[in-house]
Write a new protein. Structure first.
Lengths: 256, 232
């Protein structure tokens, strides 16, 4: 008897459902409901008998938490292992073991690359683009971000499915930590350029003193935030300080 | 009608932000122009989008930690600024934008509290799924996941228009009552935008982020000065 395989259309359906991984994120099982929802079409294809399907679904309703993009690799890998379980080549506990082993490291990798590097970089790029060229720059930045993110998500899913445990080597080859460092540095530079444009705009509206005050807000704000100041109070302080200084200067010049 | 549109955009953004896709469509940089366009003032939305994106660049969902609800805050601020600008007949000006930020930014904090409620509600969904599985109702156990999208949608759809309505009524009233406040507030906006850029650099957590930020700022300023963008 040949090993059961999940049809390609079903794999596509599982990938689509991966996009809902965090729909019901909860403190009890975190992404457990999302994982079970995503993998369910594959389980239905692999286990025609209700009892075996229920057993399989139960193991995927257990605790799971990972970065939502990186989780695609684990969903693909879990299907890889479920195929082997369905064929009798592995014990039923193997898919859960695979998930437990990979979820932590991939979560850390995904948070470090996607959430604190790639997305903020494109956010800063889009913001700078908006200041320079308006909405088309935003659309372009978001399109490029999603081309990269969806390509990686699909690639990780397929690599997980094809290689199972071997997906680790595939992910290592992507060199995400090195790329993340570069994106963070580049993003910081984009923020600096955006600050210069804001200062130039302020100077254009209110003269050199307005530009200088905006520069002070940027530099003092950076120093304060770097030393642990909280974001919201800092924002209120900057806006109100700017307005107060402008009001005082206006009074001094008799135009307030 | 405008509040209905705002509710719909806010609700969908709240869903995209965590429950589905996460393709940057609920980031302030995307929501600003989208809300502005939906309310008939694309440029007004665009005006606030960049500072809000940089201000909330660090609002990311790391592990079980909950960030502020930047999508909710951005929708309320943009909606409020556009509607206040329309009421005043000026469009979104810096003094309007900064007042909208000061009034509506706390809604992002309120959104974080609401997210905790959502998590507690989802815990009940998880128990429901386990119970369904125990009763051999596999389809019900699986489908319950999608129920988790309802509450974030509803909360954002209620809070964002409320925040925008607050700004749309308070901002014109303040600027009509104290016309002299417009000029100082304008500078307040630029100071906020300057801080937002710093917040973006801080959020990126690069090893040398402050140095890179200051160097880039200096080089760009010199370049802008050379290009004649600064008035001597």
């Amino acid at each position: 008897m040949s090993a059961p395989r999940v049809p390609r259309a079903t794999l596509a359906r599982v990938f689509w459902r991966c996009l809902f991984l965090q729909a019901a994120w909860n403190r009890r099982g975190m992404q457990n409901l999302g994982f079970a929802y995503a993998i369910d079409p594959a389980l239905r294809a692999l286990y025609p008998e209700p009892a075996r399907r229920e057993e399989a679904l139960a193991r995927h309703l257990g605790f799971f938490n990972c970065h939502p993009y990186m989780a695609a690799a684990i969903v693909g890998g879990a299907i890889h292992h479920e195929e082997r379980v369905a064929a009798g080549a592995e014990p039923g506990a193997q898919p859960a073991r695979y998930k437990q082993t990979l979820q932590g490291p991939l979560a850390a990798l995904g948070d470090g690359f996607f959430w604190t590097a790639l997305r903020p970089f494109f956010g800063a790029l889009a913001a700078l683009g908006a200041l320079l060229a308006g909405w088309p720059a935003i659309v372009a930045a978001i399109l490029v971000y999603n081309a990269i993110h969806l390509w990686l998500r699909v690639r990780l899913f397929l690599a997980g499915y094809a290689k199972g445990d071997g997906v680790v080597g595939e992910i290592a080859r992507l060199g995400l930590p090195v790329a993340a460092d570069r994106l963070r540095a580049a993003g910081s530079a984009l923020c600096g350029i955006a600050a210069a444009l804001v200062i130039a705009a302020a100077a254009g509206q209110g003269g050199i003193p307005a530009g200088a005050l905006t520069a002070l807000a940027a530099l003092a704000g950076l120093a304060a935030l770097t030393h642990g100041a909280r974001l919201f109070p800092a924002a209120y302080a900057a806006a109100l300080f700017g307005a107060a200084v402008a009001a005082a200067a206006g009074r001094l010049h008799g135009v307030g | 009608m405008v509040y209905l549109v705002l509710a719909l955009v806010a609700g969908l953004a709240a869903v995209e932000r965590k429950g589905f896709l996460q393709a940057m469509l609920s980031r302030p940089i995307a929501l600003g122009p989208l809300v502005g366009w939906a309310l008939g003032d694309l440029n007004g939305g665009l005006f606030v989008a960049a500072p809000l994106e940089l201000f909330w660049l660090g609002a990311v969902n790391l592990g079980a930690a909950l960030p502020v609800h930047e999508a909710l805050g951005a929708t309320a601020i943009t909606g409020g600024a556009v509607l206040a600008g329309r009421a005043l007949g000026t469009g979104v000006a810096p003094e309007i934008a900064v007042l909208a930020v000061l009034l509506c930014a706390p809604i992002a904090l309120l959104g974080r509290r609401a997210d905790r409620l959502v998590e507690a509600w989802n815990e009940r969904l998880a128990l429901h799924a386990e119970a369904a599985l125990a009763h051999h109702e596999l389809r019900a156990a699986v489908r319950v996941n999608l129920m988790g999208l309802v509450l974030p949608f509803g909360i954002a759809a209620a809070l964002a228009p409320a925040g925008a309505a607050l700004a749309a009524s308070v901002v014109p009233a303040v600027l009509r009552a104290v016309p002299g406040a417009a000029a100082p507030l304008r500078l307040g906006f630029f100071a906020f935008a300057g801080l937002a850029c710093a917040s973006g650099a801080k959020a990126l957590r690069a090893k040398d982020s402050p140095r890179i930020f200051v160097t880039a700022l200096g080089v760009a300023l010199v370049a802008a000065f050379a290009a004649g963008r600064l008035h001597a």
